[in-house]
Design a protein around this ligand. Structure first.
Ligand code: A3P
Length: 321
């Protein structure tokens, strides 16, 4: 009957409803019309799946192991985020003049001095390594015909723990609750950039596309060299075994954690966007930290959530447990 049909319709729509940050609606057309270039590489993830790690790997590979700039220039400048940086530009194209105008804004939040940012921002020219937390359907369909996309997924239990700390750390997110409260939000799919399974499901749907490379965080952690070789092949960067070893060492968690270009809180100096005493952006970088957080109660809730999404989860060959 009509009522059933209506409910079915609502459910169908709900399947593809994403929760976006507040300014998303205002700028969605610009994100959607963002102009990709042939030599762009886009690292696409649900937050906390290893975006920062993959960006560093890709940037280094694409920029011929430019350790000097990777050390001196903040990753945020080297690897612009489509939905954070493009909407300031009329064509959505990271125009240098717009980047220049942005420098003041950034210095307020990221502790990058205006002048320093200006000098560095030229590095956003091609070849670009771009970051996005938008799912595929919210970007222009021309993307996959134009550029390469590396999609990273991670055990959702670890993502949940990592996202919990992220929510406590980032001042603007204003979350002060405990992990139980956070799991409650997570399991009701009420966190921005989610629902997790829709994001990952969309990435996986395209995993066989020649311009898509799908990586699991756990594989990258356990078999770094094998995964780096695959990325090397996918990007046609032709790095030698020796060079890949340099990439591996330079992007190792302990190395990245102490680098100011990655971790703005190095040496305990907090930036304004982060709350103090809530840890660091690069937190632990391990597999299975969720075991230190889940209680029988939160585990029960999480399992019910996994069951709810099993139609997507079952399609994706996760190697975690
Ligand atoms: P944890 O909070 O579990 O430590 P994103 O970059 O998508 O926000 O993901 C952040 C997560 O990736 C954090 O997880 C962070 O510590 C981890 N991470 C960042 N760099 C890493 C690296 N080089 N090796 C392993 N994990 C890394």
């Amino acid at each position: 009957n009509d009522k059933d049909a209506q409910e079915e319709d609502i459910n169908a729509n709900h399947e593809w409803r994403y929760l976006m940050p507040m300014n998303y609606n205002k700028h969605s057309q610009k994100y959607y019309n963002f102009q990709f270039r042939q030599d762009d590489v886009i690292v696409m993830t649900h937050p906390k799946c290893g975006t920062t790690w993959m960006l560093e790997i890709v940037w280094l590979m694409k920029n011929k192991l430019d350790i000097k700039n990777a050390t001196a220039v903040p990753q945020r400048v080297r690897c612009p985020m489509i939905e954070q940086d493009s909407f300031h530009s009329p064509g959505g194209t990271l125009d240098p003049a717009v980047t220049k105008a942005l420098s003041g804004h950034r210095s307020k939040t990221d502790d990058i001095e205006g002048e320093e940012f200006l000098a560095l921002s030229n590095l956003t020219t091609s070849p670009r390594t771009l970051k996005t937390h938008l799912p595929l359907c919210l970007l222009n369909p021309s993307l996959l015909n134009t550029s390469k996309v590396i999609y990273v997924a991670r055990n959702p239990r670890d993502v949940c723990v990592s996202y919990y700390h992220h929510h406590r750390l980032i001042r603007a997110l204003g979350f002060t609750g405990d992990f139980t409260k956070f799991v409650d939000f997570w399991c009701r799919d009420l966190l921005i950039q989610g629902p997790y399974w829709q994001h990952v499901g969309q990435g996986w749907e395209k995993h066989a596309h020649p311009n898509v490379h799908f990586v699991f965080y756990e594989d990258l952690k356990k078999n770094s060299m094998t995964e780096l070789q695959k990325i090397n092949k996918f990007l046609n960067t032709n790095l030698s075994e020796e060079e890949l070893n340099v990439v591996k060492d330079f992007t190792n968690f302990d190395q990245m954690k102490i680098r100011k270009s990655i971790n703005p809180m190095v040496k305990g100096k907090a930036i304004k966007a982060f709350k103090e005493n809530e840890g660091q952006f690069l937190r632990k970088g391990t597999i299975g930290d969720w075991k230190n957080y889940f209680t029988p109660e939160t585990e029960h809730k999480f399992q019910a959530w996994l069951d709810k999404w099993s139609h997507i989860k079952e399609k994706i060959p996760f190697t975690y447990e």
